[in-house]
Structures are given as structure tokens and as C-alpha cells.
Write a protein that binds this ligand. Structure first.
Ligand SMILES: C[S@@+](CC[C@H](N)C(=O)[O-])C[C@H]1O[C@@H](n2cnc3c(N)ncnc32)[C@H](O)[C@@H]1O
Length: 318
């Protein structure tokens, strides 16, 4: 069953306790998360997960025998990587009990079982050298001490094992995306208050209030954006070698964020299948364009950054 939307008092307490904020917000999101982010476990998302992984870490060594996902949410990344043949045995961790439950349920529906534990990425409940691969997607921007989390990921990796973290917001890309989203929200919510549109296109006021409270809590849980070079330096400082970053999505993010914001702001019954196809095909086409543009556009302007690195194979860790 879905957790209730946090109250205004919860949001107030969460301002002073970031761990509480992360658990409240993500527990509340857990049962509707896949729908909210259009997450599926079919070819569309399998391809997405495999392509993100391959873009930064290549395809050598597939399948990794044992993989751990940190901040796994409902299992979007590791369950789709398993289906893509990138990983074999999957363990997930997340700070939110609701998310771990959802990930295990999704795996079960796909016909396999996974290990699942509630744990912060900074204190993983596994012995040293337990995994061949540690992955994460859209998670480290929520973690207060990012370097500590990378140290912990390296600790649970076997010597020579790899970390792959994808889908993190860049500093400049995120600023542009948020500005576009805010402008879209402002325009759409005002237009749909006008009498001819309110009935059919508007969302009920209480749903809009709920979205606004969720957005307030989102501002508390989103802790970082990253400059690619600074992120790579953090991962090296934590003890990794062969560190590399890749950025993706420029015009695709400028298109995708306003589209997603409209989906929140408008009556969902009005946006049917044609809209979904327009959104998906538009994003795909622009992503392809962005790959071409990456030859001339500075990487910092792109929205997503991925990073990979390895635990050194032949030296004792400090
Ligand atoms: C934006 S969601 C991404 C979920 C999933 N990886 C995906 O891509 O769909 C971020 C996830 O990180 C989790 N999280 C936040 N802080 C964490 C921490 N310190 N340690 C582990 N997980 C954390 C949240 O509970 C949430 O499930």
C-alpha cells in the first residue's frame, strides 16, 4: 500500500534531519515511482540501462557474476541490467524500506529473486571484497558524503572490480533543466485555471497542492549536482583507478523535463498514448542528436553524468 504524502509538519522536521527526509520522501514515492518515472522492465528500459552502462564502462567482462546496486529504488537499473545480460546475481540496497520491498517485488514478477537490504550507501552490510560490480543510478546526488560512499563501494568490491554510477545531474545541466521545468509548471498551472480549460485540462487543486508539497521535500533530498571533472577527482580520492566520466542528454533534457512537468501539471486522462509516443520518440531523436553535438559542445552543459572506476587489483587498500 502507498505511504501517505508527508504532511507539512513532516516536511518541516525533514528540513533538519536529512536521513529522515530521504526515507520519508522515497518511502512515500515507492509504490508510485515506476509510474511517475515511466519505469518498465521491457525492451525500452533494458536498452536504456544497457546503453547508459556501456557508454561509460564498455561491454568487456559481461556478465559480471555478482552485482550490488546502491540506492536501487524499485530496481530500475540492476533488474534491467540483469535482463540485458550485463550482470548475473543481483543484490540491492536502499535507505528506504518501501523501495527495497518494491525492488524485490519487481524482481519476483520478472521471475527471479534478488538479495535486498535496507542500508545507507555509506555503511553497506557486506564484508570486504564481496562483489564484482557496484552500480547506482540517480542516487549519489542524495548522499551527504559522496567520497565516503565511494570508499564504501570500493571496500565491498573484489580487487579489480568495477563501480558504475549513471544518471547523476550535472551542475549546469541541472540548472537549465530546473529553470525550464519551473517555467513550464508556472505557465501550465495558470493556463489550466482559466475557465475554458480548467474542467478538462486542469488537475484538482488538492492534487496540485500535494505535488507542491512533494516538490518542497524534493528540494531537501536533492543535495548535489556534479561537475564531471570534480566528480572524477572525488572517485580517485576515494581510491579508485581507471576513472572515467561521460555526459549525456543536452537537447533531450531541454525537451524531457518540460514534458515531464506537463505530465504532472495536466489532467493525465487528456494525455494519452499519442502523447507518450511523442515524448518517447522526441527524447530518443534528440538523444541521438546530442551524441553528435558532443563533439563540439562542452561536456559540462549536458544534463547527465556517469562515472566509472576500478578497485586497484594488485595493491593493498589504504
Ligand atoms: C532518485 S531515486 C533513484 C532510484 C533508482 N536508482 C532509479 O534510478 O530509479 C534515489 C534513491 O536513493 C535512495 N537513497 C537516498 N539516500 C540514500 C543513501 N544515503 N543510501 C542509500 N540509498 C539512498 C532513495 O531512497 C531512492 O530510492
Amino acid at each position: 500500500m502507498a505511504e501517505p504524502i508527508p504532511t507539512a509538519a513532516d516536511v518541516e522536521r525533514a528540513w533538519h534531519d536529512n536521513t529522515l527526509a530521504q526515507v520519508l520522501y522515497h518511502d512515500w514515492e515507492a509504490d508510485t515511482y515506476d509510474q511517475k518515472w515511466s519505469i518498465s522492465f521491457d525492451e525500452r528500459c533494458i536498452t536504456y540501462a544497457r546503453d547508459r552502462f556501456e557508454a561509460v564502462a564498455g561491454s568487456a567482462g559481461w556478465p559480471y557474476e555478482t552485482a550490488l546496486e546502491i540506492g536501487a529504488g524499485t530496481g530500475f537499473f540492476s533488474l534491467n541490467l540483469k535482463q540485458a545480460g550485463v550482470v548475473d546475481e543481483v543484490h540491492v540496497t536502499d535507505i528506504s524500506p518501501g523501495m527495497v520491498r518494491a525492488a524485490r517485488r519487481n524482481a519476483h514478477m520478472l521471475g527471479f529473486e534478488i538479495g535486498g537490504q535496507v542500508a545507507p550507501a555509506e555503511r553497506l552490510p557486506f564484508g570486504d571484497a564481496s562483489f564484482d560490480l557496484v552500480v547506482g543510478h540517480a542516487v549519489i546526488h542524495h548522499i551527504p558524503d559522496v567520497e565516503l560512499a565511494f570508499r564504501e563501494m570500493l571496500r565491498v568490491l573484489r580487487p579489480g572490480g568495477r563501480i558504475v554510477i549513471c544518471g547523476e545531474p550535472t551542475r549546469i545541466g541541472d540548472r537549465i533543466a530546473r529553470t525550464l521545468s519551473r517555467a513550464t509548471w508556472w505557465t501550465a498551472t495558470r493556463l489550466t485555471r482559466l475557465p475554458p480549460l480548467a474542467q478538462s485540462w486542469g488537475r484538482p487543486a488538492e492534487e496540485l497542492d500535494e505535488s507542491s508539497r512533494a516538490a518542497a521535500l524534493e528540494a531537501v533530498v536533492d543535495l548535489h549536482t556534479f561537475d564531471p571533472a570534480t566528480l572524477a577527482a572525488t572517485v580517485r580520492r576515494a581510491g579508485a583507478e581507471d576513472v572515467r566520466t561521460v555526459t549525456e542528454e543536452l537537447t533531450a533534457a531541454w525537451f524531457g523535463w518540460p514534458v515531464r512537468t506537463l505530465e504532472y501539471a495536466l489532467n493525465p486522462d487528456r494525455l494519452g498514448w499519442r502523447w507518450a509516443m511523442f515524448a518517447y520518440r522526441g527524447w530518443l531523436g534528440l538523444s541521438a542528436l546530442d551524441r553528435q553535438l558532443s563533439r563540439v559542445v562542452p561536456e559540462e552543459l549536458y544534463y547527465n553524468v556517469s562515472v566509472t572506476g576500478r578497485r586497484p587489483a594488485d595493491v593493498e587498500r589504504m
